[in-house]
Design a protein around this ligand. Structure first.
Ligand SMILES: C[S@@+](CC[C@H](N)C(=O)[O-])C[C@H]1O[C@@H](n2cnc3c(N)ncnc32)[C@H](O)[C@@H]1O
Length: 376
């Protein structure tokens, strides 16, 4: 997988995993000192594991370094530059894709769910993958092509899922038998400091899924009114300190994620570090939702959804916080009452304990599903 921010060793270049003599002086060449060469500082040993995202060259090329990737996965971490699909068995069970059907993955991301769906749609079926992100989409398209999914079975389209009806029409599809939406951001987006989503690594305060349109989080914060910010910190992330944070943060176009995180901590000096970190995460989440207009996109998607499903079609939506969950539940309940959906999930499904242990990002996931009535 290519990485435009790559500054580490050349992929493929041998770098020892473990150096027994790390830190030991290197033997001088036999003629050292003969001609009094200028003093050159010995390069410092870089360490066993690259720490910075851009140095994790093996993880940016998972196909080539399968063993390293397997090790990272077994330690309960997600390798940088990849994304682990959440609740795959549960999603496959509720969506029940069969050969010959048409599926739409509205949030293609790394293509983990898409890959599993495609395997069950063939022969004869097809999957259309949408994503708002123009940086990751071509990489994922190339990855799925390399797995053997040609244009007759898999097509991708850079689009917001709010425009699903138009995308379906442009693709010549009357509707889909299976629709999946796995909301929020991918691990690739979160882990890449340059995208500005990360609370852990410093980077420009951007947070746009599509950095080619709309305004960055920095620009948004610079312009937003304190009362509006307070309301959205509450609405988008249930931030309990919204009222004290908003007047300080609003009107400041913090250049970096680090500056914003430091400003949030400075407003809450009496909280311990863990509590401060939680507030940092919630403020980042609230800003991300605002900058990407995520709730409007979800509302629009939920409104158009029944018209995009074929009779008997199934939809599954993975949500990650209460704002998303409320909207999905309300829309499915209303659709069930009106007879649009023949069946809906009674309760949200959760990731199995083993998945929650292995992939902490699955802990907050809630899966809801609906099946459209056969005849309306
Ligand atoms: C959690 S990831 C999906 C991961 C994917 N299921 C996989 O298995 O790799 C969410 C993806 O949805 C995209 N996304 C979020 N909101 C979107 C929207 N309104 N329209 C289109 N794509 C969106 C993000 O850019 C991100 O790539």
């Amino acid at each position: 997988m290519s990485n435009t921010h790559f500054t580490g060793p050349v992929p493929g270049e041998f770098v020892p995993e473990r150096s027994e003599d790390a830190g030991a002086p290197r033997p001088e060449p036999a003629d050292a000192g003969a001609a009094n060469p200028p003093y050159r500082r010995r390069p410092r040993y870089a360490g066993k594991n690259p720490r910075r995202f851009e140095d994790k060259y093996k993880e940016h090329d998972p196909g080539r370094y399968a063993e390293t990737i397997a090790k990272v996965l077994s330690s309960g971490k997600t390798p940088a530059g990849t994304h682990r699909p959440i609740m795959v068995p549960e999603i496959l069970e509720v969506l029940a894709p069969v050969p010959g059907e048409t599926a739409v993955d509205c949030t293609l991301g790394y293509g983990g769910h898409a890959q599993e769906l495609l395997a069950r749609l063939l022969p004869g079926g097809q999957l259309l993958g949408l994503d708002a992100d123009p940086i990751e989409l071509p990489k994922t398209t190339a990855r799925l092509r390399a797995l053997g999914f040609g244009p007759e079975t898999f097509r991708s389209h850079r689009s917001n899922f709010a425009g699903l009806p138009k995308v379906l029409a442009a693709a010549g599809l009357a509707g889909a038998d299976v629709i999946l939406a796995d909301l929020g951001v991918s691990s690739m987006q979160l882990d890449e400091p340059a995208r500005g989503f990360s609370t852990k690594h410093n980077g420009p305060l951007d947070m746009r899924m599509n950095p080619q349109s709309g305004q960055s989080a920095a620009a948004f914060l610079g312009r937003v009114r304190p009362d509006v910010l307070a309301a959205l910190l509450t609405e988008n992330a249930d931030e309990p300190f919204a009222a004290v944070l908003a007047p300080v943060l609003a009107g400041h176009a913090y250049a970096t994620t680090g500056e914003l995180a430091a400003a949030i901590r400075a407003v809450l000096p009496r909280l311990d570090k863990d509590a401060q970190d939680l507030s940092v995460r919630r403020v980042f989440q609230a800003l991300r939702i605002a900058v990407n207009d995520e709730f409007s996109a979800l509302d629009m998607f939920l409104r158009y959804l029944p018209a995009c499903l074929n009779p008997g079609g199934r939809v599954a939506i993975l949500t990650f916080h209460s704002g998303e969950e409320r909207r999905v539940t309300k829309a499915f309940d209303a659709g069930r009452r009106e007879g649009v959906y023949a069946e809906i999930a009674q309760d949200a499904l959760r990731a199995a304990p083993i998945e929650r242990r292995d992939n902490p990002r699955s802990t907050s996931a809630r899966l809801r599903w609906a099946r459209k009535a056969d005849v309306l």
